[in-house]
Design a protein around this ligand. Structure first.
Ligand code: GDP
Length: 195
């Protein structure tokens, strides 16, 4: 994918703030700190585009990015902080639900999980939610540089089993820092966009 333009359109907390429908959207979901911002920055080759935190506690918003005036990447609010209140959890769930259920332009939600760890209950719930909305159920296993390549398959099997992923080819090991499988992720996105 040749990136001619990559810009933040808006950070939206409410549906009324979403950009108008029209351009196809691919969204990324996952627990906070899993590497969503780093993935987006790496895909578009702009280091500061999406905010990377290194520590949990970012504002809970949907961030819409315009790519080449052609399509959008959407960073969904992360989940899994131990410290958030029930009220905040409910707010998060509502935010995701409103987007997933109503957004006509949304063609896929890709779940990110850390390759090193067995997915948690929240990841499993998120994956089931994604599948129940009718999406393919593609998973990106982040931070693949943190384990040796020889161990990728073993970790991918664990992820596949825990989440109940149909085919292990749906799970793409990825590293933002080492640039592993950037092209593979773009190929997948291009297939979804049919470009
Ligand atoms: P987000 O909360 O999901 O947006 O996660 P971030 O992109 O902010 O990343 C969280 C932390 O993980 C940061 O300290 C990143 O530097 C680190 N990180 C993200 N991607 C990678 C990766 O591919 N490899 C390694 N080693 N660290 C990563």
């Amino acid at each position: 994918m040749k990136i001619k333009k990559a810009e933040l359109i808006i950070t939206a907390a409410f549906q009324s703030q979403y950009p108008p429908e029209g351009k196809l959207e691919i969204a990324f979901a996952g627990r906070s700190n899993v590497g969503k911002s780093s993935l987006i920055n790496r895909l578009v080759n702009r280091n500061g585009l999406a905010r990377t935190s290194g520590q949990p506690g970012k504002t809970q918003t949907l961030n819409f990015y315009n790519i080449n005036d052609d399509f959008r990447l959407v960073d969904l609010p992360g989940y899994g902080y131990a410290k958030v209140s029930m009220k905040e959890r409910e707010k998060w769930a509502k935010m995701i639900e409103v987007y997933l259920k109503n957004r006509k332009s949304l063609i896929e939600v890709i779940l990110l999980v850390d390759i090193r760890h067995e997915p948690g209950e929240h990841d499993k719930m998120m994956y089931e939610w994604i599948k129940s909305c009718g999406f393919n159920g593609i998973v990106i296993a982040t931070k693949a540089d943190k384990i040796s390549r020889g161990n990728w398959a073993k970790h991918i099997s664990v992820i596949q089993k825990k989440l109940g992923v149909e085919d292990k080819d749906f799970i793409i090991p990825f590293s933002a820092s080492k640039k592993f499988n950037v092209d593979e992720v773009w190929d997948t996105i291009e297939q979804l966009l049919e470009i």
